[in-house]
Design a protein around this ligand. Structure first.
Ligand SMILES: [Zn+2]
Length: 552
C-alpha cells in the first residue's frame, strides 16, 4: 500500500506526497552529486529510499505527524562516503593490538612492548602495528638495510612471541621468541616474493618483508575476539561518516563472520567484499549480491601483485634510486593474474589487483587487456588496479582506454611523498607518482580510500589530502598540479566509488529512488576554505534510511 502510494507520487512528479516520509532533513546545504540538480536544501526519505530532493518548501509536503524532521541549521549533506579500499578486520584488530603509530623511535617501541609483556601471561602472543622507520626522529642502532634489528626487542620481551607490523602492512619485525618457535634462522630461505633481512653475519634481523611474513603462524583469534574487532571497526567507520566499505581481501573466516552479521542485520556500513586471492575465488561460482537486505555483496577478488614502495618491494621498471641492485618483485606471478581474470570474466566477478610499482602496473594492464580480448561478451568488467601509485607515462592513458578503474588513496601521497623521491628519484615522481590529474584528464575513473589501517579511515583527512596535496600537519603542497578539484574528490568518494562496485544505480548520489545513505557534515566540503576543511565534523551517518550515528 505504502509502496503503491509512493510510486504514484513519484510518477506524478508531484511536490505533495500521498504518504508522509519517515525522515526529512531540511535547512541544509545538500551536495547531491547529481549533475542535473547539484544543490538542494532538503530531502525526504521513506523506508530506505530517498523520495524527494529540493527546497525546504518542496520537501515540506512530505512531513506528516509521524515524520522525524531534522533541522540541519545550515549543515551539509552529501551522499555517504564510500571507503573504496580498506581492511575492515585489520582496523578492528588495530584497536585491540598495541598502537605504535605515535612512537618517535625504536627505543620507544621497545619500551612500549616491554610494558605490554609485563601485563601479559608468559607465552601469550603480543601484536603491535604502525611502526614506520622513516617517520622516526632518530635512526635505529644498529641499522641493517634501512631497518631496525630485533635485539633490543628480544631482550625486553624474552617470554612472549612478539610480532610488530610496519604501517604499510608489507613488513613485520618479530622477536627471538617468534624466530625460535617458527625455526627462522641463518639457513632459512624466504619464499618467492618475500625477503628475510639478514645482517652481515648472515643472521636474520627479525625483519620479514612481504611473502616472508607467511613464515610466522600466529595462533588464530577466538570467535569472541573477532566479533569484538568487527564491532569496533563498524562503529569507527560510522563515526567517520562511512556508509559503504569495500574490503580489500577478505578471508573465508571474514566472509563467514560478515554473513552472520548480515543475517542478523548487524552490518552498517554496507560491505562490498573482494575475496582474498584466486584459490578462495574458485570456491565461488557466482557473485552474491545484496545479502542481508542489501548490506553485503561478494563480487570481487583481490590479488596482491607486488610489495610497497617504502619497503622497496614494489616492482619497478628501473632499480630503486637508493638501492641500485634492487628493482622490487612480483608477489603474484602474471600467470596467476591471467588465470584469475579469466575465471572472473567467466563467472561474473571483478578483479582488483594491488599494483604499486610501474612494472607491476604495466604487467596488470597487459594481463587485463589480454583477458578482455578473450572475453568480448563481457561488456563492462570494471576491473581495478588498487593503488596505481607509480605509473610509466605510456601506461597512464591505458586506464581509460581499457576501462580499468584506478583505486587510489589520496592520503598515501602526503604520507609517502616526503621520502618517495629518495626511493625512486624526482624524475619518476614527476612522471607518474600519484598522478590523479593526469589520470582524470585521460578519462579514467578514480575511486578513493585510505587503505585503513595503513591510514586513518577518516574520509575528511583523505579528502583534504586529495584536494590540497598538503600534509595535515602543514607545509607545502606536493606536486600541486596533480590536485583533484573539490567536486572530483567528492565524486571519488561517492558516485565514482559506487560505480567501482557496480552500485551507482542504487547509491553514490542524492536522487529520488536511490538508497538513503547519507553523511551530514558540519561544513560544506565543496566550498569551505582549505584551512578549515580539517575542522569538518561528522554530525550524522545515515545508512538505509536509518540514523546509525549522531555526534554526541
Ligand atoms: Zn590494502
Amino acid at each position: 500500500m505504502k509502496t503503491v502510494a509512493l510510486l504514484a507520487a513519484l510518477l506524478a512528479g508531484s511536490a505533495h506526497a500521498a504518504t508522509p516520509a519517515d525522515l526529512v532533513l531540511r535547512n541544509g546545504v545538500v551536495d547531491t552529486m547529481n549533475a542535473k540538480a547539484p544543490r538542494a536544501t532538503a530531502l525526504a526519505v521513506s523506508g530506505n529510499r530517498i523520495v524527494a530532493v529540493g527546497s525546504d518548501a518542496q520537501v515540506s509536503a512530505w512531513v506528516g505527524p509521524a515524520t522525524r524532521v531534522v533541522d540541519l541549521a545550515g549543515a551539509s549533506v552529501i551522499p555517504g562516503f564510500t571507503e573504496s579500499h580498506g581492511h575492515l578486520m585489520a582496523l578492528g584488530d588495530a584497536r585491540l593490538d598495541v598502537d605504535l603509530t605515535a612512537a618517535r623511535n625504536w627505543p620507544e617501541i621497545v619500551a612500549t612492548m616491554k610494558a605490554a609483556a609485563a601485563q601479559a601471561k608468559k607465552g601469550e602472543w603480543l601484536a603491535g602495528w604502525g611502526w614506520h622507520e622513516s617517520k622516526w626522529n632518530e635512526p635505529p642502532v644498529p641499522l641493517v638495510r634501512g631497518f631496525q634489528t630485533h635485539d633490543a626487542l628480544s631482550a625486553a620481551t624474552p617470554d612472549n612471541p612478539v610480532v610488530l607490523s610496519r604501517a604499510d602492512g608489507h613488513a613485520t619485525i618479530v622477536n627471538a621468541r617468534v624466530m625460535e618457535l617458527m625455526s627462522i634462522g641463518r639457513a632459512s630461505q624466504a619464499p618467492e616474493g618475500g625477503e628475510i633481512i639478514k645482517d652481515a653475519a648472515g643472521l636474520p634481523t627479525g625483519v620479514l618483508v612481504d611473502n616472508a611474513m607467511e613464515l610466522v603462524h600466529v595462533p588464530p583469534p577466538s570467535a569472541e575476539r573477532r566479533a569484538r574487532a568487527l564491532d569496533l571497526a563498524l562503529q569507527e567507520c560510522l563515526r567517520k561518516g562511512i556508509t559503504s566499505f569495500e574490503d580489500a581481501g577478505s578471508s573465508s573466516e571474514d566472509i563467514a563472520l560478515f554473513k552472520d552479521y548480515a543475517q542478523a542485520r548487524k552490518l552498517g556500513p554496507r560491505l562490498y567484499v573482494m575475496v582474498a586471492g584466486y584459490d578462495l575465488l574458485r570456491r565461488f561460482d557466482k557473485p552474491e549480491i545484496g545479502l542481508g537486505d542489501g548490506f553485503l555483496t561478494i563480487r570481487a577478488v583481490k590479488l596482491v601483485a607486488d610489495g610497497a614502495m617504502g619497503s622497496r618491494g614494489a616492482a619497478l621498471l628501473e632499480p630503486y634510486e637508493d638501492d641500485p641492485k634492487n628493482s622490487g618483485f612480483y608477489t603474484t606471478p602474471p600467470e596467476t593474474v591471467l588465470a584469475t581474470a579469466r575465471y572472473a570474466l567467466e563467472y561474473g566477478f571483478q578483479v582488483n589487483v594491488h599494483a604499486i610499482g610501474d612494472r607491476t602496473n604495466r604487467m596488470v594492464l597487459d594481463t587485463f587487456e589480454k583477458a578482455f580480448k578473450e572475453y568480448p561478451r563481457v561488456k563492462d568488467p570494471r576491473f581495478r588496479i588498487e593503488h596505481a601509485q607509480i605509473l610509466d607515462a605510456k601506461d597512464i592513458p591505458r586506464f581509460a582506454k581499457l576501462g580499468v578503474i584506478a583505486s587510489m588513496q589520496g592520503i598515501h601521497c602526503t604520507s609517502d611523498r616526503p621520502w618517495a623521491a629518495s626511493r625512486i628519484g624526482m624524475a619518476r615522481v614527476t612522471e607518474g607518482l600519484y598522478v590523479w590529474r593526469k589520470l582524470l584528464a585521460s578519462g579514467a575513473t578514480i575511486v578513493n580510500g585510505t587503505d585503513v589501517p595503513v591510514e586513518d579511515v577518516d574520509a575528511i583527512k583523505n579528502y583534504y589530502a586529495s584536494v590540497t596535496r598538503r600534509p595535515a600537519a602543514g607545509g607545502e603542497a606536493f606536486d600541486p598540479d596533480q590536485k583533484m578539484t573539490r567536486e572530483e574528490a567528492l565524486r571519488s568518494y561517492t558516485l565514482a566509488a559506487a560505480y567501482g562496485a557496480f552500485e551507482e544505480k542504487d547509491r553514490g548520489s542524492i536522487e529520488v529512488g536511490k538508497l538513503a545513505d547519507l553523511t551530514v557534515l558540519s561544513k560544506d566540503l565543496l566550498n569551505v576554505p582549505d584551512d578549515e576543511l580539517l575542522k569538518t565534523e561528522v554530525l550524522h551517518t545515515i545508512v538505509d534510511g536509518r540514523i546509525l550515528y549522531s555526534r554526541p
